[in-house]
Design a protein around this ligand. Structure first.
Ligand SMILES: [Zn+2]
Length: 253
């Protein structure tokens, strides 16, 4: 079984109902954070997940709304007594910047700090991020303002697949990442450079042959989110939903 919990669904500016976009992925005895916004300890406690159980963190790109929660999470887990190592994945320059950011917080001086292992992901299509018996995660570069990866997540034991566009304008690599997936989480930041409108997200889902589409990373101020789903449906025949904070999705046989 695989389970996704949406910990945040907003684009760069959150409100009291919508944290910045990040997820919890639970599968094959791994609890994986995909991006790390706000203070994840608050969101994890809302969904009853012990921060100590987080095994891995995947960082899609080094924009504040996707990585700024890492220092607070690492510090909080340390103060809560964590001993186990944690693994952080991202493009080389993403993990290098993450390490430099932690250096600014003097983290090497934190006594008895648990091990943090950084893993660079190659900047090429279908790079392996993490593979276990029941879980396969691949990354491909997408088209955002800075180097960014989208993700394809497969649950081979149950034959289910999902994809997450991350922040990107419409591009062929997202279509390939999302080819035939059961669920596509696609950003809907708007028709701007480096982002995608709901209408365009519907077009990508159609091209990829995705079975369902969840719009995420959408603006929550000054726009009618009710129109987002209707816009995506103009170009995509399958079911379209607006991702909301704390919603869960289970992948089963
Ligand atoms: Zn971004």
């Amino acid at each position: 079984m695989g389970k996704i919990t949406v910990l945040g669904s907003a684009s760069a500016v959150p409100d009291e109902q919508h944290e910045n976009t990040h997820f919890l992925l639970q599968a094959d005895e791994r609890n994986i954070l995909i991006d790390c916004a706000g203070n994840p300890i608050q969101r994890l406690s809302r969904v009853g997940v012990d921060p100590d159980s987080i095994t891995d963190i995947i960082l899609t790109h080094f924009h504040p709304d996707h990585v700024s929660g890492v220092p607070m999470l690492l510090m909080g887990m340390w103060l809560l007594g964590r001993q186990a190592a944690i693994h952080i994945y991202g493009l080389d320059e993403t993990v290098e910047r993450m390490e430099a950011m932690m250096d600014l917080y003097y983290w090497k001086n934190w006594p008895d700090f648990y091990p943090v292992h950084f893993h660079g992901v190659a900047e090429e299509e279908n790079s392996v991020v993490l593979v276990t018996d029941g879980l396969r995660i691949f990354a491909s570069p997408v088209r955002h303002l800075i180097p960014t990866i989208g993700l394809r997540i497969e649950f081979p034991k149950i034959g289910k697949r999902m994809a997450y566009s991350c922040d990107t304008q419409p591009c062929p690599s997202v279509v390939r990442l999302a080819e035939g997936v059961d669920v596509l989480f696609h950003e809907a930041g708007g028709p701007f450079v480096g982002h995608t409108s709901p209408l365009q997200a519907g077009e990508i889902a159609r091209q990829a042959g995705a079975k369902s589409l969840y719009l995420i990373h959408y603006p929550i101020r000054g726009e009618e989110t009710g129109n987002f789903v209707a816009d995506a449906k103009k170009l995509f025949d399958g079911p379209v939903y607006l991702a909301e904070d704390l919603m869960t999705l289970e992948f089963t046989e």
